[in-house]
Design a protein around this ligand. Sequence first.
Ligand code: ADP
Ligand code: NI
Length: 234
Amino acid sequence: MIESETPHTPDIGPETRTRLLARTEAFVRARLEANACGHDFHHIHRVRVLALRIAPEAGADPFLVEMGALLHDIADPKLNDTPEAGLRVLGEFLDGCALPPALRARLEDVLERVSFGKELDGTIGAPAPKSPELQAVQDADRLDALGALGIARTFAYGGSRGHAMHDPDLPPREGLDQAAYRNGCSTSVNHFHEKLFRLKGLLNTRTGKAIAEERHRFMAEFLDRFMAEWDGKG
Ligand code: ADP
Ligand code: NI
C-alpha cells in the first residue's frame, strides 16, 4: 500500500481503508499473477503509483483512486472467459468488501468507464462528466501504454497473440470501433497508429498530458528508427 498525504474518504475509518486496500491487493495479485500479456501485477502497481501521483491535481479521493487502480483490469474480458464472468468475479469481490453504497457506486463508476475501447466507440463517453477518481486512474492506465513501457508491452502483447511485429502489406486500420479494435488482425507496429498515438489527445489531467507528451515523443522516435532500420537505413 502506498501512503498519500491528501485527505481521506470521510465515511470509512483509516483502519478499514488499510484493511480493504491490503485485502484488495492480495486478491488482485492472486488473480493476475500468472498473466503474461501486459496485465500482470506490475502493470497494476505502476498504474497505482501514477494514479496516486495525479490524484491531488484532479482533486481525487486517494483511497478510491488506489482501489480503482488495483481493480481496474479485474473484469477485463481479455482476462476472463466471458465479459459476464469478469463482472461476476469483480461483483463478488466488492460484495465481500461491504463498502458503504455511495462509495461502492463511485468505485464502480471508475471501473466501468476506465477502458479505451468503451470511449472509442462512444458506448461510454461524452455524456456524463468524469469523476476526479476516474480521471486519475484512466490517465495512469493510458500512460502505462505509452513510452518505453508502452513499446515493451505492445510487442509483448503482440507476441503473445502470434501477431507479426510489422507487415508492410498490412496498413493500419482507421476509424476502429470496439469490436474491430479487439478482434481484427493487425501488427504490433499498427497498434501504435490505431491506438497508442491517439492516447495523447485523450488524457484528462494536466500532469497526465505532460507525461504523455514526453512518452509520445519517445515512441514516435522509436518508430521512426524502427522504420529506418527496416528499410536498411539508420
Ligand atoms: P488496458 O491496460 O488499458 O486494458 P489493453 O487491454 O487495451 O489496455 O492493452 C494492454 C496492453 O497491450 C497495452 O500496452 C496495449 O497497448 C497492448 N495492446 C493491446 N492490444 C494490442 C494489439 N492489438 N497489439 C499490440 N499491443 C496491444
Ligand atoms: Ni490496465
